[in-house]
Design a protein around this ligand. Structure first.
Ligand code: MG
Length: 267
């Protein structure tokens, strides 16, 4: 009986964390409003959904979209005050290690963004070291890009994760070398006259036709092993792509400003 009493809680614990990878942290701060810590190694990973074989990533830009990359050059992008120095080849551009993050010259408020990405093939590295890049909305809020095909990592760092905050609902990633699409609808935060956030930034993310987040709120800007807070700004910013040292490729990037930012009732 004594043995049973000791074993039972331990078995329950094992079953509760059965879908966690055990990769991550347990010495990080609590995520506000959630039961998990930042990059929690015990947070369950999202279930895998295999996207349709015939799913088309190459969504052509609607007539009113701003094409941010047309397969030819990075003229719409910069790196700090300099030209964007990522390499362009075969209708795509690739994260060029050491060249730094790149960001759009133009700033956007609320928008719909389409972007396609492909992880290096063959893959190398593991966890956050495999095919890591990221799409920073307003240059502040990361939607993670990561090769999570047969790669264990913490839940809030999964592909499509709102890094350090929300795990995606699913893992819908394609194999390394294949193309993924993200369709992202983003609403920036609003601030009141005192500079406090009155409405948090929120995002909907569809990955290869699979919903990962539906109007999910960011707790604040993205951090690593910490919980950054909102600081007042004009609720516009660039799209910034992360140089995490891995040659992730991007193509077919377009954006549609939603215009709601100028509507008084949404301020
Ligand atoms: Mg990243």
């Amino acid at each position: 009986m004594k043995t049973t009493r000791i074993l039972l809680p331990s078995l329950l614990l094992t079953s509760a964390v059965a879908f966690a990878t055990g990769v991550g942290y347990d010495d990080t701060p609590q995520i506000p409003g959630q039961q998990w810590k930042v990059h929690d190694k015990n947070r369950p990973n999202p279930p895998i959904v295999v996207p349709a074989e015939t799913f088309s990533h190459m969504a052509p830009a609607p007539a009113d979209a701003i094409v941010l990359f047309d397969g030819k050059d990075l003229s719409k992008w910069k790196s700090g005050d300099a030209e964007a120095k990522w390499n362009v080849a075969d209708g795509a551009f690739v994260v060029t290690k050491g060249a730094g993050d790149i960001e759009t010259r133009e700033k956007f408020g609320d928008f719909q963004l389409h972007i396609e990405w492909s992880a290096p093939n063959p893959p190398h590295g593991d966890s956050q070291g495999r095919g890591n890049s990221g799409i920073f909305l307003h240059g502040l809020y990361e939607v993670q890009v990561l090769d999570v095909y047969n790669n264990k990592t913490y839940a809030d760092g999964q592909a499509g994760g709102l890094y350090g905050q929300w795990a995606p609902l699913q893992n819908a990633v394609k194999k390394p070398g294949e193309w993924n699409s993200y369709d992202i609808v983003f609403e920036g935060p609003r601030f009141d006259a005192s500079g406090s956030v009155s409405r948090k930034a929120a995002v909907t993310v569809i990955h290869n036709g699979v919903v990962l987040h539906h109007h999910q709120e960011f707790n604040g800007p993205t951090g690593h092993r910490n919980v950054p807070k909102y600081a007042v700004y004009d609720s516009t910013g660039p799209i910034r792509l992360q140089d995490h040292g891995d040659p992730v490729r991007y193509r077919n990037v377009w954006i549609r400003p939603l215009g709601t930012y100028d509507r008084p009732e949404t301020k």
